[in-house]
Design a protein around this ligand. Structure first.
Ligand code: PLP
Length: 357
C-alpha cells in the first residue's frame, strides 16, 4: 500500500477563479500567472484549466517551451525576460514576450540579430526597487526599444510591493503615472491579484493575477471565501497510528507539546518532506473526518500529530485534510508564519497528484 497522502487539484475551481479574475478585470486582458509550476499545481494541468486566459505569465524557458509543446498558441510573458543571446533566439523561435528590466537586456536586444521582431514589456521601477527602470533612466530604455527595428510593440509594466498591505498602491501608481507620462499611447500592465481585487484603478490593459487563480487570498484581513474564491489544491492524508496520552506525557521531537490531561493523539502521514511547513506550531488548524482540530508537537519529516480528543470515532484510517476544501491554505500558512504562496509552491514531488473535475 502506498502512503495515503495525495493532493487533488480541482480544474473546476481553477476555471471558477479565473472567471472571478475576469469579473474584476473589466475589459482588461488577463495574464494567468503560472510561474513556479503554476504555484505547485502543475503547469500543464493548470494551463489547461485556465485556457480562458488571454495569455500565460511565467519565468522559465523550459516551462514556456512545455506550454508551446502542449499546443498553447496564446502569448507567453517571461516575467524576468532573457539572460543571454541564446535565450533571445528562443524568445523569437517560441514567440515569447519578454520583460525587459535592465540596460544589459536592452543592449542584448540591440546587438543580437533576430529572425522576427518581438513584443516586449518594459518594466518600470515605481518603488518596489527590485527590477525595472526609474524616472532617471526610463527614457534611455524606451528610446532604445523604439529605435530597435527588432522590437514590434512595447507594453509598460510595473509591480506593486504592498497592494495587499497597509501602503496599498497609491504612491506607486502615482510614481508609475509620472514615469510613463511621456508614452501615453503604449499599453500598460500593473495589477497582481491584490491590486486587481482591491484597486480597480490599476486594471489598465492587462492584469496579472496569480494567487487568486489558485483560490487563496492575497490579504491577511479578507478570506478566500469572502472573495468568492475556491481552493484549487486540497492536500489530504490519513491517520496511520493513534496514542493515548496520560497527563504530562509529551509528543514528538523535542518533547515540545505536553498533554494537560488525558488525550488521544492521531499520527497523520504527512510531514515537512511532503511540503507541510515545519514551522507550523502546536495548534495549527487541521481537519479530521471533516472536523476541525489542531496539530500537537513538532512537524516531523513524514508525520504530524493531531489532537483527536474531541472527535469521537476518529482513529486509524480517518481522513485528514491538511489544507484546501474546508480549510484554507491561508489559515495554515498564517499559523506557520508564512503565506499560502509558499505552502502551495512547496508541495513535494513525492506527493501523488490527482486531477478532479
Ligand atoms: C508573481 C507575479 C504576479 C502575480 O502575483 P500574485 O500576488 O500571485 O497575484 C504578477 N506580476 C508579477 C511580475 C509577478 O512576479
Amino acid at each position: 500500500m502506498p502512503r495515503p497522502i495525495r493532493a487533488s487539484i480541482s480544474l473546476r475551481a481553477l476555471a471558477h477563479n479565473l472567471e472571478r479574475a475576469r469579473e474584476c478585470a473589466g475589459s482588461a486582458k488577463v495574464w494567468a500567472v503560472v510561474k513556479a509550476d503554476a504555484y505547485g499545481h502543475g503547469l500543464r494541468r493548470a494551463a489547461g484549466a485556465l485556457a480562458g486566459a488571454d495569455g500565460y505569465a511565467l519565468l522559465d524557458f523550459e516551462q514556456a517551451i512545455m506550454l508551446r509543446l502542449a499546443g498553447v498558441q496564446k502569448p507567453i510573458l517571461l516575467l524576468e525576460g532573457f539572460f543571454s543571446a541564446q535565450d533571445l533566439a528562443l524568445v523569437c523561435e517560441q514567440r515569447l514576450t519578454p520583460v525587459v528590466h535592465s540596460t544589459a537586456q536592452i543592449e542584448m536586444l540591440a546587438k543580437t540579430p533576430l529572425a522576427a521582431p518581438v513584443d516586449v514589456y518594459l518594466k518600470v521601477n515605481s518603488g518596489m526597487n527590485r527590477l525595472g527602470f526609474t524616472l532617471d533612466n526610463v527614457r534611455l530604455g524606451w528610446n532604445a526599444l523604439e529605435a530597435n527595428p527588432q522590437v514590434r510593440t512595447v507594453t509598460l509594466m510595473t509591480h506593486f510591493a504592498d497592494a495587499d498591505g497597509a501602503s496599498g498602491v497609491e504612491a506607486q501608481l502615482a510614481r508609475f503615472e509620472e514615469i510613463v507620462a511621456p508614452y501615453a499611447g503604449a499599453p500598460r500592465s500593473l495589477a497582481n491579484s491584490a491590486a486587481l481585487l482591491r484597486f480597480p484603478e490599476t486594471r489598465a490593459d492587462w492584469v496579472r493575477p496569480g494567487i487568486m487563480l489558485y483560490g487563496c487570498s492575497p490579504f491577511a484581513d479578507r478570506s478566500a471565501i469572502e472573495l468568492e474564491l475556491e481552493p484549487a489544491m486540497t492536500l489530504k492524508t490519513e491517520i496511520i497510528a493513534q496514542q493515548r496520552l496520560t497527563p504530562r506525557e509529551r509528543v514528538g521531537y523535542g518533547f515540545s507539546y505536553q498533554a494537560a490531561g488525558e488525550m488521544t493523539v492521531g499520527v497523520a502521514a504527512c510531514g515537512y518532506a511532503d511540503g507541510y511547513p515545519r514551522h507550523a506550531p502546536s495548534g495549527t488548524p487541521i481537519l479530521v473526518d471533516g472536523v476541525r482540530t489542531r496539530t500537537v508537537g513538532r512537524v516531523s519529516m513524514d508525520m504530524i500529530c493531531v489532537d483527536l480528543s474531541r472527535i469521537p470515532g476518529a482513529g486509524i484510517g480517518s481522513q485528514v485534510t491538511l489544507w484546501g476544501q474546508g480549510l484554507s491554505a491561508d489559515e495554515v500558512a498564517a499559523s506557520a508564519g508564512t503565506l499560502s504562496y509558499e505552502l502551495l509552491c512547496a508541495l513535494a514531488p513525492r506527493v501523488p497528484v490527482l486531477e478532479v473535475a
